[in-house]
Ligand binder design. Structure first.
Ligand code: CIZ
Length: 301
């Protein structure tokens, strides 16, 4: 069954002139058929320059919207329209505007895990890979950072700027099970624990390094350590095993994003067959958001 779906996806992909982009949190079978697997920053950069006329985005809604913002002339398909992001949903335009009224001198740096209309009201977007660099490049010493409070706190501790941090969190990372991480460390005493900055600060205190997923890939590549405990969404364990078959990886913290698992091979197939669901945004919002998203893609990590 799976082989048949995979070969049908491949031939339809060619027929439609499509490229399949998958986030590193996607299930193994989706990562395996993707043309590119990566974090939001890498996938956004690919979306901005791809020559394919159709982008099949295997991730969650804000990621597909970001691809559409950067490549409005392409058709962007999100095979499961219900693949949302509770972190993105915890911020809205009126609430951000009232924070901006409180701190009129601050520039807003918005984690890309956010709705398009909120991006349109921000100075720049960032990902976990380049959050500090984006903050440092913003021409103000005062920053509103939204919506992830853990990432905001992590960045604020490394910057001399004044921060006003939105009190939102990724539901999956914020409830990371630290006891589980510690048990894994006891089982693998020679391993290094890598955690994501969306996890709570108490996880950073026990970790060997705090990194976004792109940073984790680079860190492992440069390290001579053989075993790693991965404190981020469990799809990343598969990604690292694929990239580094000579190392061992296990998940730490039981971090699982149900939305990232909503895309299936069958849904990709249906999406390519029917050319839906297409991501569309109000052109006014798309154009306004493009300035903030473009700044994100321009700032190196
Ligand atoms: O920026 C991304 O892609 C996310 C959601 C996590 C990460 O660290 O890559």
């Amino acid at each position: 069954m799976r082989n048949k779906q995979v070969s049908e996806i491949k031939s339809l992909k060619d027929e439609r002139d499509a490229v399949i982009l998958a986030h590193s949190y996607q299930p193994p079978e989706i990562q395996d058929i993707a043309d590119h697997v990566g974090d939001s920053l890498e996938l956004s950069r690919i979306a901005a320059i791809t020559e394919s006329s159709v982008i099949v985005f295997c991730g969650v809604k804000f990621m597909a919207e970001t691809a559409h913002i950067l490549s409005p002339q392409k058709t962007v398909l999100l095979p499961e329209p219900e693949a949302g992001c509770p972190l993105a949903d915890c911020i809205c335009v009126p609430a951000l505007k009232s924070m901006q009224e409180l701190y009129p001198d601050a520039l807003t740096v918005l984690y890309v895990n956010s709705p398009a209309d909120v991006k349109a009201e921000s100075y720049a977007c960032c990902t976990s890979a380049n959050a500090l660099a984006v903050v440092e490049s913003a021409p103000s010493d005062e920053i509103i950072f939204a919506p992830d409070r853990n990432l905001g706190t992590f960045v604020s501790r490394r910057s001399d700027k004044t921060f006003h941090i939105w009190n939102g969190a990724c539901r999956s990372h914020a409830i990371a099970d630290l006891q589980h991480m510690q048990t894994r460390m006891e089982e693998w005493p020679d391993a290094e624990l890598l955690v994501h900055p969306e996890t709570p600060p108490a996880a950073w205190d026990i970790a060997h390094a705090v990194l976004g997923t792109g940073g984790m890939i680079r860190y492992v590549g440069e390290s001579s350590t053989k075993r790693f405990i991965i404190g981020t969404e469990e799809g990343m364990v598969y990604r690292l095993r694929t990239l580094y078959p000579d190392r061992e990886f296990t998940g730490g913290g039981n971090i699982y994003c149900i939305n990232m698992k909503k895309i299936t091979l069958q849904k990709i197939l249906d999406s390519l067959r029917n050319m839906e669901p297409i991501i569309e945004l109000d052109p006014r919002i798309r154009k306004k958001a493009n300035a903030a998203v473009a700044r994100m893609t321009e700032v190196t990590e």
